[in-house]
Write a protein that binds this ligand. Structure first.
Ligand code: VGL
Ligand code: ZN
Length: 198
């Protein structure tokens, strides 16, 4: 079975000092680089929002980061401005071995729909194209790592399992935002979807 490593959003804004910093987000980088030697394919995802994106609290009068709102596609956490297209915060962590990447998937570029998953926007319908890419390369086994465990890794892993991939999440090579029990909820949701948490 062809095996790919999917590296989710290892970008400056999710690392210490970034706009939406995940604690210890930078500590996973050496281990992710090392894991690239064990797979046939490496795919990176990059959160990539236009300025004024609808997931930013600053785009909604009177709203603060980490509040929830209802969008036409469901509930949405509002975030600090992060990963704005072309900004240094949107760049990959300088230590990540991006040279090894076969494919970089950008997501979150639709101004009015967020996209946590590497496979679908948060409407759970609009594809990013990654599934087609993996299928045409004959890739059936995925190991997922990156940021953040409870949001983009979680949504990507659950979607991948639903699409029929054999999915392992290396929790030691992920870090979580963990707001209001979101990490525990993500772990039980991933397990229920058939994702192996290693
Ligand atoms: C993410 C919140 C907003 C993530 C991206 O990569 O987990 N979280 N955008
Ligand atoms: Zn985002």
């Amino acid at each position: 079975m062809t095996h790919a490593l999917i590296v989710i959003d290892v970008q400056n804004d999710f690392c210490p000092g970034g706009a939406l910093a995940v604690a210890e987000g930078d500590e996973i980088v050496p281990g992710i680089n090392a894991l690239m030697d064990d797979v046939e394919a490496v795919i990176l995802t990059q959160d990539w929002h236009p300025a004024g994106h609808s997931s930013f609290a600053s785009s909604h009068d009177g709203k603060s980061p980490f509040e929830m709102i209802e969008m036409p596609y469901g509930s949405q956490v509002l975030w600090p401005d992060h990963c704005v297209q072309g900004s240094s915060g949107a760049a990959f962590h300088a230590g990540l071995n991006t040279d090894r990447a076969d494919m970089i998937v950008r997501k979150g570029y639709n101004p009015v729909v967020d996209s946590y998953s590497a496979f679908f926007e948060n409407d759970h319908t609009t594809p990013t194209g990654l599934h087609g890419y993996l299928q045409t390369r004959g890739i059936e086994q995925l190991t997922m790592v990156g940021l953040a465990t409870d949001f983009c890794v979680n949504f990507s892993a659950v979607d991948a399992a639903k699409l029929g991939y054999a999915v392992t999440v290396r929790q030691d090579l992920c870090r979580a935002i963990d707001m209001d029990g979101s990490l525990a909820a993500a772990q039980s949701g991933m397990r229920a979807a058939g994702v192996v948490l290693a």
